[in-house]
Design a protein around this ligand. Sequence first.
Ligand SMILES: O=c1ccn([C@@H]2O[C@H](COP(=O)(O)O)[C@@H](O)[C@H]2O)c(=O)[nH]1
Ligand SMILES: [Mn+2]
Length: 718
Amino acid sequence: MDSPKSNDSTNSGLRDSTSKANDEEQDELCPGFRNADAFVKYGLGAVLSATKASASLPQTGDEDDFYRSFPGFREFCESQGDKLLHCMSQIMQHHGCRSHLRDQSKLTGLEERFDLVVDSNDVILERVGILLDEADGVNRTQQPVLPAGFQPPKIVVSSWNRMGSGSRSRSETFRLLHAKNVARPQLKFKEKVDNSNTPFIPKIFIKPNATKPLSSYFTNKQIRKQRPEDLDVPAALADLIHQQRTQEHVEDMFAHPYQYELDHFTVPEGLLSKPEPQMYKPISKTKCSFIDSLEDLVALNEKLCKLSEFAVDLEHHNYRSFLGLTCLMQISTREEDFIVDTIELRSELYILNEAFTDPAIVKVFHGADSDIDWLQRDLGLYVVNLFDTHQASRALNLARHSLDHLLKHFCTVDTDKRYQLADWRIRPLPEEMVQYARTDTHYLPYIYDCVRAQLLDFNHGQPGLLQSVWNKSRDISLKKYVKPIFTEESYLELQRKQKRSLNTQQLTAFRLLFAWRDKLARQEDESTGFTLPTHMMNKISEELPREPQGIIACCNPVPPLVRQQVNELHLLVQQAREMPLLKVRRWLEPMFLVDEEEMDVSVRNTSGLVATAKITQFEELETPNDQDSHSVAQMKARRIIESFENPFRMYLPSSGVHISKNAKFDQSSKIYEISKRWKLQSIEQQQKELEAKREAKRKSKEEAKERSKKVTGSQNLL
Ligand SMILES: O=c1ccn([C@@H]2O[C@H](COP(=O)(O)O)[C@@H](O)[C@H]2O)c(=O)[nH]1
Ligand SMILES: [Mn+2]
């Protein structure tokens, strides 16, 4: 699990419809890559040949680490990696992801490029999801009608041959498994999903293995559930009591229920000495049980409570739900595998807290970050004594840290992740998905032994490195699930991330669409990506269509909720069009409006030169691209800003610009103060401030005029 399991499908980038040059460039790379059919025809072919080529690379397997210890080999890998990243960025750019970023040198570091990959996956998957459903004729807005029983959905398997007639023994067919009319699991939940725009409160009311008892807020149903109007006292008094109770419990309400136990957790002594790895049982000889009844769950808990360790993993779905849904839990002991239906047993799974929070039992996860969130959010489960094999792999500095790599490295097991993104809500779960799911935990107890032994060997038998993995794992289990909260500023975060330059009308449209999408997604319990994918939201806000049909034209395929509410969306766009047209600039991190009267701006370039220029009053622009109406000082300021943003660009001196050689950059200069001051302000706030300032200035000018009139008048009198 190297890649983050992001629940946020809002990160999609922007397809710059005007970047024709870019399109042409891409056409050379992948001719006819402009629509889904063409993608399947050409794009898929390219992907397949790339996959084939990568499979024909020498399989270094266990020797990865050995080869990588040679600087030449490492450098070669890195340079090839860079080339690949560049290629990927180009493909993504073409596919509508951050295509506005023509200057790839602005993508600094792997992190940002990785962001790009994640964003692009979002865009592509959003499209694939919508297209598949459209092809199936599924109307996503209609809740499927469920017959009395739980009707098995029709499974659709789209497949293509991954390797051609290949030499590899296992099935090489890549399957995109999804299902028609999957019943919405949310309909079966005993407790309704809480998509309200309020912080998450832990779902816990009993606390097994507690050293510090659970706050009465959680244990006392009366306190938790009592509404002021249900108290048998006058309304005002009830309100007061309720308020006091809430205040009294507010800290407990948001604290990690096992904070105290985790803070005081020490690894059992025996676990810091070198283990003899206990070989896993062949999967074919291991019993696998599907747990979907309370009775079986209780029996499973009893079994787990008797063990010293077991492995856990979760499968998740986040497209047809606002917060995401935990669909499956895999548990492996040294003897058995269990597949737990976390949809069916969602309200009962807290039972497992007895084993999950027992400090004497090690819970082995691989890459537990998201799992910890999902356990808390959906099942009210916490983990005390977590061992994360992903953290162990990092401490051992292995070549890669994915589960596939560890399986290959320690167990010589080849896996593929073809079901990782399957629709895990499908019931009954197809056998092949069960088999896939169990491999995620089956080998983990053995890998846990191996990495512990190696961590001790690595450190000459000293437990320091092993202890550090336990500490990192504990930090992960201390994480608290944070619910996405919408604020008036939320859209700015996404806008900043996308680094697009918008005028005030476009930005207003973006803000209104963002709010519409958030509200509707919460209400309908759909992801924001399903409601209105970010790249479509970008397109609408850039183009500001004058007609509802124009909004539809920005979306391909049209999301069902957009089709349903196109008139509301159109009203929002109209509202945005009524804004005065100003250009919005991005300056360093914050965005701001270029408007400061006669303000000195100092900027230093790489050679230590300090440039100072005046920015004078700006004129409101008739059109966003109306360069002529820029004042000279604005142009200067723009160039300074550009040179600030790109330190490799030499700032060219021109009249009115002062450059002092070797001058020190003054940290307290205005550029700093301003960027700080603007940082937390929304564009609207900025606009208000600017208007107030202008108004004050206008008044003071008028007053000055009045005064001078009076003076002239009195002089005349004299
Ligand atoms: O690249 C990825 C990897 C995973 N997910 C989601 O996470 C869960 C669990 O993944 P594991 O690999 O089993 O830890 C999976 O069901 C996906 O929903 C993902 O979205 N993208
Ligand atoms: Mn898994």
